[in-house]
Design a protein. Sequence first.
Length: 416
Amino acid sequence: MKKRTLGVGIIGGGFIARFHIRSWTGVRGADIVGVFDPDAKRAKEACAMARELEVGPAKPYESITAMVADSAIDALWICSPNYTRTEVMEEIASAVLRGKGELVGVACEKPLGRNVKEAKKMIELARKAGLLDGYLENQVFAPAVTRGKEIVWTRGAAIAGPPYLARAAEEHSGPHMPWFWEGTLQGGGVLNDMMCHSVEEARFMLTPPGAPRDVLTPVSVTAYANCLKWQEPKYAALLAKNSGGKTDYLKRPAEDFARSLVEYKDKTGKILVVETTTSWCYVGAGLRLSMELLGPEYALQINTLDADLKVFFSRRVKGKAGEDLVEKQNAEIGLMPVVADEGVEYGYVDENRHMVRSFRNGLRPEENFGDGLAVTELLMAAYLSAETGRTVPFPPKGLESFVPAVARGAWNPRTK
Ligand SMILES: NC(=O)c1ccc[n+]([C@@H]2O[C@H](COP(=O)([O-])OP(=O)(O)OC[C@H]3O[C@@H](n4cnc5c(N)ncnc54)[C@H](O)[C@@H]3O)[C@@H](O)[C@H]2O)c1
């Protein structure tokens, strides 16, 4: 396919869709042509944002099938909630297979599925419909990660030997929408929601530049999960209030803190380690992504709250609460870090450039559904380890059909 401009349709016009739309000012060769969201207001707002930013003549569509049927749309970005993944992909595949229209590719936000079965289904449907597939893991496209990896590998690793330990952490004070907090809808708690980023970003840094992911084989996974903050009655009451009484963390909590240690083996049999920490109970200035890559004679470190821009507001500046300085901002006064261009720094711009370029050239993106499935497998092994309190060899038995207790609404650390 060598169409001059790729027409992109977005499924789900919420929080992450807006990140993608804002990032599009740095994307070439593609326009945002439309948005489908069952919430018409959301679709309209997202389209207005795209038109305002002049990143495409976006208009709301009445269904996914209508987007597939429109020849102006060549690729779809799945940005709807986790619990809609397979139904959304089923509709895309069915519309293509029934000849309603043609698509080149589909890109899907994390996680690819809430469990291994769902992630596999996504791959199967994309294959059946003959679509190129991209997995939207923004962190492996973040400039600090890609540039840091390049420097460490070409200078440090080339002279002193490859890295052996990668650490990644993603922490904030909790998701913005009630469905994220429900294990049954989201697929878990913070382990599923945010460790998907950390295990993949850290694995990416440990992998030699340009090498396929299978140069490193997971050997074992050890994980821990708990609910440290949000099960406290006063915080559980806040979640109940924010969800119109639906979320009940006294009875059905999800983990708000989780860590994992993944052992990998390289082709020579040497062990390498990925260590991750994720939390929904970190109350700092806002979202904090921290990463490290350590080798025999070098170290790399990233901390997104160590921003080069800081502003100070005295106690007399009593403005409205907002997220105008940084994602998941927790305060408005004092000395505040500002991530000047979050779309660039978190990796959305380079991620979308890569997806667009791959689709326009008829190539499978480097980060694709295969990577999404591999991440899901690691996360499910982590849940298995956390549930049993043991290190699990990878792949553990029963991984294919495993559904974490938290995703079944059957997890409560207080009643263990
Ligand atoms: N890469 C990241 O860092 C990152 C950050 C946030 C969210 N996400 C992922 O993006 C996805 C969406 O998250 P969000 O924060 O935007 O959630 P959100 O709740 O803010 O937005 C989701 C939107 O999808 C719409 N929707 C619901 N059902 C739908 C359906 N069947 N078809 C189409 N649209 C539907 C909702 O009306 C809503 O507008 C999730 O899978 C989440 O894990 C990724």
